[in-house]
Design a protein around this ligand. Sequence first.
Ligand code: SAH
Length: 355
Amino acid sequence: MMRPASTDLAAMFRRLIASTGPISVAHYMAEANARYYNSADPLGAGGDFITAPEISQMFGELIGLWLADMWINAGRVEPVHYVELGPGRGTLARDAIRAATRYGLEARVHFVETSVTLKDIQLATVPGAIWHKDLSTIPAESPILLVANEFLDALPMRQLVMTEQGWRERLVGLEGEGPDARFTFVVGRQPMDSAVPENRRQAEPGTIIETSPAAATVMYEVAGRLAGQGGAALFIDYGHEAPRTGSTLQAVRAHRKVDPFSTPGQADLTTHVDFDAMASIAQSRGARWIGTTTQGNWLRGLGIEARADALSEFAPDHAEAIHSAKDRLIGDGQMGALFKVMGLAGKNWPGGVGF
Ligand code: SAH
């Protein structure tokens, strides 16, 4: 796969840091991922990483069933909008919509996506979907059924580190000079105590914490809409249910972990999602937090085992592949425990299954 402009990004970062000083981890991540997602389709066996909807149609179908169930129990309000954040290839949306339609849910489809490359693929997969650069242009009346799989983890994360002098931002600086200079973590000079949530300020020197203003902004906006317009949302990501310390920044290229500094713009940079922080923000905006659980529990609760059996009966030649895909999605040593599912809803919306 050709990604011609990407070496320029490392050079651009070097020039920028050499002339204006170290940049934040969030800045590094934002530029690198914008370049990365715009330059090619990163998903699938031939790409850099594979996501749940690309593993099996069961993933999107069960999400579609969950959304349809919520909508039916809420009284089948129409019109209703299906909104997906960072839809990748559009596979999840296609599978979810197909399943939901069987229950009478005919939603208008909206994709929020920054990558022009992926946008073209998404619109070919789901013709008729309306494309948005951000959430601001999503209709502001009538309920939304929103899904985001592996979206929050791609948003820029800020890292803060405790020093003997208090909290400072963790920055990306340079070691050496000229085109051979290497990226390295350095500690900023500005006091950053006010950026650290109060209950996390007490810490040993060297402690790193991560906060994502970008993810917080998305959560604030989605929760405000759920509270005001009604609807339900599912956020699915690699992450933790309680706050943690330490850097979770990682880079994946061609299905292998690589140094996040080695090839900016050519590897997928992610961090773990702090679901505890996300749930607090959502609730503070008046949305109802249904719960956060592991992907394995959630998919089992929605009947993935029965669904796999039914699919296998229909296509016996594929039974083995269907069951191994299911195990990959729910297995503890695979995606089942590391990935979490968080459900949110509007105030008068019903509680969802699986939590
Ligand atoms: N949800 C898909 C793809 C996950 S990859 C799947 O499960 O297969 C992350 C997706 O988020 C990509 O589509 C990427 O282009 C998109 N993305 C990353 N940053 C974004 C941003 N700031 N706004 C909108 N989309 C973004």
